[in-house]
Ligand binder design. Sequence first.
Ligand code: H2B
Length: 94
Amino acid sequence: MDTLSKKQIEEELEQLDGWSFEDDTITKDFSFPDFKEAISFMVRVGFEAEALVHHPDWSNVYNSVSITLSTHDAGGKVTEKDIKLAKAIEEVYQ
Ligand SMILES: C[C@H](O)[C@H](O)[C@H]1CNC2=NC(N)=NC(=O)C2=N1
């Protein structure tokens, strides 16, 4: 899987609200009213990730979920798979 250039990533992120390019990854922090909402979001994203066979690096603290995406098989760089997963995550979030 080809890695995307900084320019390609920045162009893609123009359509991905709140996502930023940091340390060779794309990342976003999500906030919810409570833990139940946060964990529900994670379960739904988990199913999307399984369907795409591409998985987030993430952490949860009470009502917040921090997600970092990169392609491990591409040396931890950003590929089209990460953009696809970010778009699927936004669909779940909206
Ligand atoms: C065999 C399986 O397809 C791979 O291990 C997949 C699974 N999920 C993955 N997720 C992420 N983020 N990067 C990968 O390179 C990756 N590879």
